[in-house]
Write a protein that binds this ligand. Sequence first.
Ligand code: ME8
Length: 647
Amino acid sequence: MSQDSHCDTKKTCKKVYITTPIYYVNDIAHIGHAYTTILADTVARYSNLIGLDTFFLTGTDEHGQKIEEAAALRGKDTQSYADEISGKFSTLWDDFDITNNKFIRTTDEDHILSVQKAFSKMYDNGDIYKGSYKGNYCVSCETFFTDTQLGDDVYCPECGKETKVVEEESYFFKLSKYEKQILAWYEEKEDCILPRNKKQEMISFVKQGLNDLSITRTSFSWGVKLPESLNDDKHVIYVWLDALMNYLSALGFGADEKDMAYWENSVHIIGKDILKFHAIYWPAFLLSLGYPLPKHIATHGWWTRNGEKMSKSKGNVVNPRDVADAYGLDNFRYFLLREVPFGQDGDFSQKALIGRINGDLSNGLGNLLNRVIGMSQKYFNFEISSCNAVKYHKDELKRSYDIIDNLEQYVYNMQFGRYLEDIWKVINIANNAITEHEPWTKMKENKPEEAMATVALCANILARVAILLSPVMPKVSAGIAQALNFEISPQTYIKHIKNETLLDTFNIKPTEPLFPKVEDILIPEKVKEEAPLSKEDLAGLITIDDFFKSTIAIGTVKEAKAVESSEKLLLLQVDIGENKSRQIVAGIRKFYSPEDLVNTQVCVVSNLKPAKIMGIESNGMILCAKQRKKLILIRPDKETRAGSKIG
Ligand code: ME8
């Protein structure tokens, strides 16, 4: 994107499409989600300011096993649960004045139709075929891992949670077919992935060779069904195909395509955890659909807490609403963008936040504003003219423009830290001019023209700063503009930033203090009451009542046989006393043969909801100890009556 992209009417404007990831509805938003959204909002606001025709999209990702499980855990119907959490995201963004043009949900009817149309198109052009898949699946990441990726372990290399072996019929996408085209794209488009150093990781990954991608699931049903033409309703579409398609369906893919022109200049802002999906899978899907690839995939780092990843089980989650309420939304936005260089991880500390507010904002910018208001009142009854600013302050004006002219590149490289750092250099030019030229001395020496010139220089610098800061701190910037009696708009951007026009004679208006210092009000690090607790949160912290929700009993295995077509599963009929039995599918075939089990005793969780495993109903679970990848049955140490409760 270049600086000459301004235009007079929306119709002829260059278009830009800014997106955030769509957030899972298995939990409410935390500071990491707020960071991505605020970054994207800043780019969108900036794009609007410089006159680009901007489409900004955010939304929620609502399908998949993870969401189904989260709803079940809370005893809620999946759709109502998704509605509730999606609503919380949407309300939070409204309360945060996020300027998205659309909030998409993957459960929206038109999105579902788009996904099905995309699937049909890929199928018709020969990029999808049917096969079967066996692998280690991480429900949390909705991703398969090979044995090599797991090593001698069962835990997900991405999130550390336990993977499950899943074996099922699946449709596959020919990812391998697009290897060369993806590598060529990385090479041709230098800044397709930002920061640029992130690209190397993707190149290495693709060069290792891409396996075809399993893009349907049969083990759960909460997802988009296959297109009717395939007449195969066992399958739902893989959440990542469903989710990534949001970027096109929001523009009308497969329907009216009415906003598709925005696609030509698309910027995806994402966290580093989901780069692979955006920089490998998504381009391959787009190539298959015949669409141009994204302009930029901008990848930010993680916010941590005292060096650790935030998670509710650790009790170190920072709720963005609490921070904004305690310290002010604009201050919070400034801190997020200023504190950490784009692409790097950052530790969220309230001490650092307070330091930025009291230092950069209050002492730096706030002080300049107060001095301009104070001197204009004291010496000039609030009426200032810029007519002598150039005469006395040519050098300061030139230095400030040299910095300002260079700022736009930082925005589209997401380097807001440097963008803000440079704005503060401009603020310092003004603050230093006051110290150096001492308008109060000039007044004493009866040189009001010179004193007025210095105040006008500072007011003009403040005006430019307010315009340039408005995408980051919209409310505070509007307050500065109001004090200087002008409005921030694409027109004033052109006038004062592009054309370098000075303010005319103007009346300064005193304002309420815009940058009060903040006390050390540390907000509690806690899980808000409204936050639904996840399974992981509860791990290790259950009550005795929670424990007794499971009925665990001694069972005697009456029959055992292998499940055909599975190397891991056995089908057991287990007597659990009182003339009751349970059919259980257990993944222990590698460690026990059916003969080892018949007429032996095991421990059974007997009140689990029925589940289908490889299409066979399972009504319980057998308890095992896990030693690395090995499973060892837990059994009573002497024969015990079937049905005896454990606890
Ligand atoms: O991955 N620090 O959704 P998600 C910084 N639905 N950013 C963070 C963060 C942290 N600690 N935690 C989360 C998904 N994020 C998929 C995306 S897109 C087609 C589908 C941010 O709810 C970061 O941007 O897990 C990350 O990529 C996003 O939240 C993922 O949110």
